[in-house]
Design a binder for this molecule. Sequence first.
Ligand SMILES: Nc1ncnc2c1ncn2[C@@H]1O[C@H](COP(=O)(O)OP(=O)(O)O)[C@@H](O)[C@H]1O
Ligand SMILES: [Mg+2]
Length: 430
Amino acid sequence: MRFVFLPPADSTAGLLSLPWQEPIGEWTDDRLVEIRQRGLSRHVVRFVAEGGELFALKELDERLARREYRLLRRLREVGIPSVEVLGVVVDRPGDLDAVLVTRFLDHSISYRALFASQRAGPPADRLLDAMVELLVRLHLAGFMWGDCSLSNTLFLLDAGALAAYLVDAETAEMHPTLTDGQRRYDLELASERVGGELFDLQAARLLPDEVDPIEVAEEIPRRYGALWWELTREDTVTKSEQRYRIAERLRRLNELGFDVDEVELVDAGEGSKLRLRTRVAEPGHHRRLLFKRTGLDAQENQARRLLNDIAGYRGYLERTGRQQVPEVVAANKWLAEIYDPVVGAIPADLRNRLDEVEIFHEILEHRWFLSEQAGRDIGTTAARDDYFARVLPSVPADLTAAVGTPRPPDPRGAAADEDIDAEVEADLTG
Ligand SMILES: Nc1ncnc2c1ncn2[C@@H]1O[C@H](COP(=O)(O)OP(=O)(O)O)[C@@H](O)[C@H]1O
Ligand SMILES: [Mg+2]
């Protein structure tokens, strides 16, 4: 038996004592956790709590496990939202299949939980947007999913919207770029799978009446097409209008939640005309920025929201203190004086209903809402208390799936990761 895990391996070390010589479907270990509302799967998938963290274990053919391991690593490297792979267990006795170990995606919501709860309005719309964005990002990066379905996607709340995460990469393929045919294939498959899954929910009476599976399924290629076109189209502009046309294009892409890496202007060969092309940057610009300034790990919209709040707070500090305040200083003060007191006051029994940043975001919204009603700013403390008393308790306890305890950042950093990656590859292929 061989365990091949990425560092830091101290938390995964506890997994070594699981009964690996038996098929995971037969385990009875008391560290096993049942996840209600989980997606449907081909393979046996089980969840284990160990050392304060939660792991997902999937038993599958070694070749497939190796392949999925590699693809999941690659997806995270290029910044595409996907579950984090930690390792594989191979060469198990008695010819047992390999086991792929991923970190459980905390606070993730499956499509089943999403439709069951209907919190914040009908989910179909937000769900479609999130899925289509994930598919477009994958395709732009040269990945064909080959198995895009609701069961293979997990959702995280992102400042009221949803962010889609890829959970199953077993059939994915990596190419330098995709052909139109490959993209079409992926889309047709997605449409068909999603339609089927919604029909299943309907048959089980879990789908709200107003959601029509066929309509939703047909909406996927439509929204995908619109987004793809916006992101990849080439405009022809004249030299005199180029400045404002570029600004307009960038603003539009930003509105759609995309950042732009490169703007390319090429002579269109017709005198004063230019062709304008843009290249979309890796997702997560605001996330990275927020993390750098505060150490908070958030989704993209959440991060944008928090950065705005920090900017507003910095303005306030500068006005009242009558001097300039550096960005880092403002961010740290904001953490200590605004953010921490709010999340520190979350009642213990409600702490796991939503992730911390989403709760903070909802309190900001709630403050705005209450202030409007009152005709004056009621302040964060009053909004917070009212939110904890009246809003948070109404979030279903099982909307988001189980959570492990937060783990400290990896002191070894990304460089060490890469070395180990090579080692894992060698070990896996050797
Ligand atoms: N890391 C993870 N975090 C949260 N849920 C997970 C994770 N891995 C798997 N799951 C859940 O288990 C289900 C099945 O996993 P998946 O990888 O799709 O298996 P299969 O290849 O058999 O389809 C998913 O739909 C999801 O609900
Ligand atoms: Mg699956």
